[in-house]
Design a protein around this ligand. Structure first.
Ligand code: ADP
Ligand code: MG
Length: 230
């Protein structure tokens, strides 16, 4: 089953002579259990693509569906996003006044899950990526790599259908990066659809498919099994 589908999607910022065409004519589907890597130079539209896929931004034209629901007409987009979409942002977006555990609990609590259960889920998500001992620290008491892991735990908590990860290995060394990819791959193999932006062929090799963006357009798409013996 297709989890997210972008059809003829365009996103333009501004108007007239100064308009920036961040994306044009993009068609992309990610199925259950599929990991798709997005590669392309800086400014090619990778973050824009993820924001549109997760309903954080709206296309100028074209449609985005998550689980067959059109994001333009869905009744409560915020609820759909919170329940179905896990997002690891390039700049992490942790709440500085909340501890690591509270940051991970937040999307679940917003969704009506009781604090005790949310805390239990948060501890499990933190344990999954080996940072449960950091649960009661605030973001400014964590290193860059530790903050990144907390942001990843927040995206993993609950039963997300779609995980969107914008360079989630950016602040991590190779070994920690490999661990994160291992976790994303395991989620994927359990049925989650994953869209991963990365600059590193090393990490893209974990994907089923790689799409290449250039100037807002998908220029190529390749099945990883054709080019790599993972
Ligand atoms: P990438 O993630 O591949 O580096 P982005 O999706 O962030 O690329 O950006 C694609 C293009 O859209 C770039 O030219 C960028 O400058 C432009 N862009 C992105 N967001 C905005 C915005 N809010 N206003 C104007 N231009 C934007
Ligand atoms: Mg980006």
């Amino acid at each position: 089953m297709t989890v997210v589908r972008l059809a003829e999607v365009a996103r333009t910022h501004g108007e007239g002579a100064t308009a920036v065409h961040a994306l044009e004519g993009v068609n992309l589907e990610v199925d259950e259990g599929e990991l798709v890597a997005v590669m392309g130079p800086s400014g090619s539209g990778k973050s824009t693509l993820l924001n549109l896929a997760g309903g954080l931004d709206r296309p100028t034209s074209g449609t985005v569906h998550i689980d067959e629901q059109d994001l333009a007409t869905v009744r409560d987009l915020a609820v759909l996003r919170r329940r179905s979409v896990g997002y690891i942002f390039q700049d992490l977006n942790l709440v500085t006044s909340l501890t690591a555990a509270e940051n991970v609990m937040l999307p679940r609590e917003l969704d009506g899950v009781r604090s005790r259960l949310a805390r239990k889920e948060a501890m499990a998500a933190l344990a999954e990526i080996d940072v449960e001992d950091l649960a009661d620290r605030f973001p400014d008491e964590l290193s860059g790599g530790q903050r990144q892991r907390v942001a990843i735990a927040r995206a993993l908590v609950g039963e997300r259908r779609l995980l969107l990860a914008d360079e989630p290995t950016g602040a991590l060394d190779t070994r920690a990066g490999d661990e994160i990819l291992h976790i994303l791959r395991a989620r994927c193999d359990a049925g989650t659809a994953v869209l991963l932006v990365t600059h590193e062929p090393r990490y893209a090799a974990w994907a089923d498919r790689v799409v290449f963006l250039r100037d807002g357009m998908i220029t190529d798409s390749t099945s990883v099994s054709l080019v790599s013996a993972r």
